[in-house]
Ligand binder design. Structure first.
Ligand SMILES: [Zn+2]
Length: 261
């Protein structure tokens, strides 16, 4: 199978506002300046991305809240549940468009994640030519069990894409979005706590849409490993450390969820 390669347009990227590295006002706080609102629900908005940097794609942005300092790691679980329901509704709309081969979800958080704006947002992108699920190997979503609910589950990767700590969440439509919200928030807090010695934590949340479920991957971001960049070789912690980490996540971060099972 031909490997996906997207054409990136640097001239468009130069126009993008940036309040992480550069100096610019937050475009998501000036909602009148937005080009096209696709859907609005409560506090969240789905809009076309004004800066379409990738050829043969349709790039959209999910503004997770109108509040500039909104953070899904610390928001109420009710708000996060509403937000996840909104994301799934937008995602399904995009996936129903027959012009595209596949859709992906992406969230950048923090200076090492590739984020250019601090205002909490995510992206839904439709690809004309590539099927992102065919580019993914399910082995990267498997690992040590962290949580097994009805239609909601999580693992700690034993074969990560890049390394070292990758957390995977699988969600089937029959699952409870409330449970997903609680699980996601707990795992995001774990990732940020791992980086507590840094000024600002960074992570990516990646999402794939399969026919019967959504697959998410939560990855803390540092400077990328040279072994991965050059050789495509992932790195993982020894199994005893991974098992200890999984136990720490279960007993500290997922304690309440697991106690209710
Ligand atoms: Zn803002």
């Amino acid at each position: 199978m031909e490997k996906a390669c997207l054409t990136f347009l640097p001239n468009v990227s130069l126009l993008k506002p940036n309040d992480v590295l550069g100096q610019s006002a937050c475009p998501f706080c000036q909602l009148t300046a937005l080009e096209k609102i696709l859907l609005e629900e409560g506090d969240a908005l789905w809009v076309e991305n004004k800066y379409r940097t990738l050829e043969e794609t349709y790039q959209t942005v999910l503004i997770e809240s109108k509040a500039h300092d909104f953070n899904l790691a610390y928001c109420s679980l009710e708000k996060l549940k509403d937000l996840l329901e909104f994301i799934f509704a937008c995602w399904e709309k995009l996936a129903a468009d027959s012009r595209f081969s596949s859709t992906l979800f992406l969230k950048n958080y923090g200076p090492w994640s590739g984020a250019s704006l601090r205002h909490s947002h995510s992206q839904l992108v439709a690809l004309k030519k590539w099927d992102v699920t065919k580019q993914a190997d399910p082995i990267h979503f498997a690992g040590l069990d962290l949580y097994q609910g009805e239609g909601v589950s999580a693992t700690l990767s034993t074969q990560p894409i890049m390394g070292y700590t990758e957390l995977n969440i699988s969600f089937e439509p029959k699952g409870s979005v409330e449970e997903l919200a609680e699980l996601l928030q707990a795992l995001v807090i774990f990732i940020l706590n791992q980086q507590a010695d840094r000024k600002e934590g960074s992570y990516n949340l990646f999402g794939w849409r399969y026919l019967d479920h959504y697959q998410f991957k939560l990855v803390p971001r540092y400077i990328d490993s040279a072994y991965f960049v050059g050789f495509g070789i992932a790195q993982v912690f020894p199994m005893d450390k991974l098992e200890k980490m999984a136990e720490d996540i279960r007993s500290h971060y997922l304690k309440e969820l697991l106690n209710r099972q």
